[in-house]
Design a protein around this ligand. Sequence first.
Ligand SMILES: CCCC/C=C/CC(=O)SCCNC(=O)CCNC(=O)[C@H](O)C(C)(C)COP(=O)(O)OP(=O)(O)OC[C@H]1O[C@@H](n2cnc3c(N)ncnc32)[C@H](O)[C@@H]1OP(=O)(O)O
Length: 414
Amino acid sequence: MDKHSILVCMGWEQLEIRLQKCEGWEQIEISLPNCSSLQVISFPVVQLHLNRTAMRASQKDFENAMNQVKLLKKDPGNEVKLKLYSLYKQATEGPCNMPKPGVFDLINKAKWDAWNALGSLPKETARQNYVDLVSSLSSSLESSSQVEPGTDRKSTGYETLMVTSEDGITKIMLNRPTKKNALNVEMYHEIMHALKAASKDDSAITVLTGNGDYYSSGNDLTNFTDIPPGGVEEKAKNGAVLLREFVGCFIDFPKPLIAWSMSSLWGIFRSPSLGYSIAVYASDRATFHTPFSHLGQSPEGCSSYTFPKIMSPAKATEMLVFGKKLTAGEACAQGLVTEVFPDSTFQKEVWTRLKAFAKLPPNAMRISKEIIRNREKEKLHAVNAEECSVLQGRWLSDECMNAVVNFLSRKSKL
Ligand SMILES: CCCC/C=C/CC(=O)SCCNC(=O)CCNC(=O)[C@H](O)C(C)(C)COP(=O)(O)OP(=O)(O)OC[C@H]1O[C@@H](n2cnc3c(N)ncnc32)[C@H](O)[C@@H]1OP(=O)(O)O
């Protein structure tokens, strides 16, 4: 008997179809992701289509899913909310029938784009997709809050990070590779949480890195689109509070902190990673970029203070004011990076060092870091407060708004 297995994407989901060719007759097994039993039907294929139609979500399933959304314990983030919104509208009203909102009406434009992108997707399919999405959200949010007990290696319930602890090293890895590890609001909170937990766990050192080809692309520019009832002023104020708290966590972090960059690092994550780390290791293909002026913004993460000290005022100006991108070699020559390794041996070289550091007496390392940092702590907190207050104003400027709108309209498929 010949056996073949084919994965077929049917627009709304993937079906696994197994063909079994037996003597004199043929049989198809269909495996549906949300259906526990395998369906076994015979040709013709039209029957397959009818069967799939029968599996579509009923109005009741749809209503249940809508109720389930209200019960989600964690905010699923803007992208998912937009997806839910667009599927809901498509399922209830059909193709987008609203006039396109103005370019500055960021939230309604993002909603409109998402709905419009569904084109002529049938209402039933949208309803099914909505139900499937809610079901996957419910299970992923439930399972992600489970912590593996009793092991040395932990991966805790983070949505945007992978945190592991092993051999005295806690590794915090930004984990939104499809978004180049851009920091959405949830990620800011999770990093703060992970740093606080790492400061109290029994590891000796903490490592920060990013999953995928970008360590981080900086602040998630869609953060600017989620405008609260108090308007853009309230948004800017909340952003400044969040940023101040976020950077404050790095300033106060008590253990040796090591940034490990195999790839490009932009904006917000760069300043704290470079300015506050004891050591920064980079692969020779890593680059470092602070396009504050390009985005109508100003330096953050205490970079306006630490960079001129580490580099020189002239070099810091090139980077912070003109947004010059540095290669790993240049960043190392200017003191922002500790050591650069060839990409091919990077992991091995860095792990060798980290494992050796993690064996050093942890209290001695803590105290040494404290004595280096304490003299500067008050100053760093003051600089952080000033930078956040200046940024709060920048976020309300036309220059900043235009830069964000340009980025978002470049990716109008949001
Ligand atoms: C509240 C505190 C605020 C603190 C302020 C901090 C200031 C900063 O952080 S300044 C730095 C801001 N970051 C940027 O300006 C980078 C913007 N991104 C890009 O220019 C490009 O994405 C890239 C050069 C990093 C990568 O380009 P590439 O062509 O390789 O990939 P893309 O197709 O553009 O990206 C893939 C995917 O990821 C999304 N994405 C990437 N970066 C961001 C970001 N910073 N914010 C939001 N989304 C981002 C991109 O839109 C793509 O998504 P889709 O696949 O859904 O289109």
